[in-house]
Design a protein around this ligand. Structure first.
Ligand code: BDR
Ligand code: CA
Length: 313
């Protein structure tokens, strides 16, 4: 039986690749819906990008919802400097023909979790955690119904990418991340410590392009665009690929290594707001609330991604 997942996302080139990887993996994953959130760019643009990516995947059976347009308590910070003005610069994708669902994404999350037997739905979060936190605040009864949340969020050994201390998804809405981490829902955290080792080198991108299908060409164009900024920033051979690691973890957990620890979010310090304070060395007796991944097998990841993208149109 495939795992039921809901993807909460702010696409974003790497979010788009994550959606394509999931859409191509029908035997293992049943995508119940995609919910857009404000993050890399504003909500309307992120939602449009989600529709475009669904059409690109050929999986127009997947419903797309729009959730929150701003963080719980803060002004929205976006990242056009990384992802381009559209949030998904790189390939030329047609304007979507499919439409957004009418229901608000947060209400959809609540209704869907209430209507599904407990322990069946995994939430995959690829952006700020606003939608999930709002759903948990509005309907605390859904927490025990969520199987687990696999989130691209945080960093400890690699620290931050938007400030010296904070990773982007947590920094945009630290209060939301705090709500989710305190919810008691089982959490797998895919932080920068992993994604900074999953580098989209030219050889790997060429292999994706060489698949010869529409999806492969689009992914190569997306990642060639977004990697320019990161390559200059980090001076490495390729750019980190963040969000697809969430889906790869669900498909092949053996590609990753980590440990159960406590993670708390800094929400008050001006200097370090959004920091994921990860007790990796277990120096406190705070309860373990996260499976914190620290290592990933980059070669295994790209082999999986390339093989799956070849299944798409
Ligand atoms: C995260 O920030 C976004 O820009 C990426 O899509 C990813 O989810 C990495 O910090
Ligand atoms: Ca993202």
């Amino acid at each position: 039986m495939p795992k039921k997942i809901i993807i909460d996302t702010d696409p974003g080139q790497d979010d788009a690749v994550a959606i394509l990887l999931a859409a191509a993996s029908r035997e293992e994953l049943q995508i119940e819906a995609i919910v857009a959130v404000a993050g890399n760019v504003g909500l309307a643009q992120n939602a449009r990008n989600a529709l475009k990516v669904v059409e690109l995947s050929g999986r127009t059976d997947i419903p797309v919802y729009a959730g929150c347009s701003r963080p719980m308590r803060r002004r929205l910070v976006t990242a056009e400097h990384v992802h381009g003005e559209t949030g998904l610069d790189g390939p030329v994708l047609p304007e979507p023909k499919i439409r957004l669902q009418e229901q608000h994404g947060v209400d959809f999350l609540i209704d869907k979790l209430r209507a599904t037997p407990p322990g069946e739905i995994t939430l995959c979060t690829l952006g700020p955690l606003t939608n999930v936190a709002m759903a948990l605040v509005k309907a605390p009864d859904i927490a025990p119904r969520i199987k687990e949340i696999v989130m691209m969020a945080g960093g400890y050994f690699e620290m931050g990418n938007i400030t010296p201390a904070a990773e982007f998804n947590v920094f945009v809405d630290p209060e939301a991340a705090d709500v989710v981490l305190r919810s008691g829902v089982p959490i797998v955290m895919v932080p920068l410590d992993v994604t900074h080792t999953i580098l989209s080198t030219r050889k790997r991108l060429d292999a994706i392009k060489a698949i010869g299908n529409r999806a492969g060409a689009a992914v190569e164009a997306m990642l060639s665009f977004s990697e320019a900024f990161d390559q200059q920033k980090y001076g490495r051979e390729g750019a980190p690929l963040h969000d697809p690691c969430v889906i790869a973890y669900l498909l092949k957990p053996e590609l990753f290594k980590g440990r159960e620890i406590n993670v708390v979010i800094e929400t008050s310090s001006e200097l370090t707001v959004g920091m994921t304070v990860a007790d990796y060395w277990r120096v406190t007796d705070r309860p373990h609330n996260v499976l914190y991944l620290r290592e990933g097998d980059a070669a295994g990841f790209y082999a999986l991604l390339t093989e799956r993208l070849a299944r798409l149109p």
